[in-house]
Design a protein around this ligand. Structure first.
Ligand code: 9D3
Length: 244
């Protein structure tokens, strides 16, 4: 898969893309990421990419021409053209399903907004989809693009140790993860749950499932609506939520 990212701040991506899972995916040759600066697609002496808002008001707006020119240049570099996604606080809230959909590739073009926003004509005539990563204010779309690229990288074949790990991941199942421990078994008088030392794999699996369910009920009851639970497990959830 290839991801083209349009940004006025390409430096923000070095580090994030040269380490960890994204670097592994790029080295494995299953993910290609290219950065493009709309400033390089201006034709005036001062390479202006923003301007005042028509109608007045505070803040600058990203001009349409450098963004159109940059996206069109990127689209002509390789086939197919790829979905054009604008990272914006006004977008669909990113979740597991959206990542899966965008990771199906083979191409994706991400536009990182800056300033107060982008000219509406970019949205209307160039962009296919708009994504937000949550209800808090970032200073631009760059951190959101890194988040999205990281999540997409995990879906590329061969990036994770085994193909099973994605399935096993709790968010795919709609539950939070169970508590995890590693050595030592007792640390500063804090002992790990005895069951984990028992060697009873079936009992351990049951305990973990129960912990996942209880933790999800407590912390993210919103996730339970879509989780696949047995009748017994639903009753466990009722008890837990009634226990207040
Ligand atoms: C504080 C300014 N806001 C009200 C006028 C508008 C605003 C414009 C641009 C707020 C944030 C931004 C920059 N953010 C993004 O481009 C962004 C973002 C985010 O802020 N939160 C969550 N996801 C995203 S994706 C892109």
């Amino acid at each position: 898969m290839r991801i083209d990212i349009l940004t006025l701040f390409p430096e923000m991506f070095t580090g994030a893309f040269d380490a960890s899972i994204i670097a592994r995916a790029r080295e494995a040759g299953v993910l290609e990421i290219a950065l493009h600066n709309p400033r390089d697609y201006t034709d005036d002496k001062h390479h202006v990419v923003d301007d005042y808002a028509y109608g007045g008001g505070p803040g600058m707006v990203m001009k349409p021409e450098p963004i159109f020119a940059c996206v069109e240049a990127v689209q002509s570099m390789a086939e197919p053209r790829g979905k054009v996604v604008l990272l914006t606080p006004q977008g669909r809230l990113l979740n597991h399903e959206i990542v899966e959909e965008l990771a199906a590739g083979p191409r994706l073009i991400l536009i990182c907004g800056r300033y107060e926003g982008v000219d509406e004509r970019v949205r209307e005539h160039l962009v296919d989809d708009e994504i937000s990563i949550g209800d808090y204010v970032l200073s631009g779309g760059e951190p959101a693009a890194i988040v999205l690229a990281d999540a997409i990288a995990r879906y590329q074949p061969g990036v994770l140790g085994s193909e099973l790990s994605l399935e096993e991941e709790s968010h795919a199942q709609g539950l939070l993860e169970y508590p995890q421990y590693t050595r030592p078994a007792s640390y500063r008088d804090m002992a790990i749950p005895e069951i984990l030392l028992s060697g009873h794999h079936a009992e351990i699996a049951k305990w973990r499932r129960r912990q996942s369910i209880l933790r999800t009920a407590r912390r993210r009851p919103d996730l339970l609506a879509r989780a696949q639970l047995t009748d017994d497990e639903r009753r466990l959830v009722e008890q837990e939520l009634a226990a207040d």
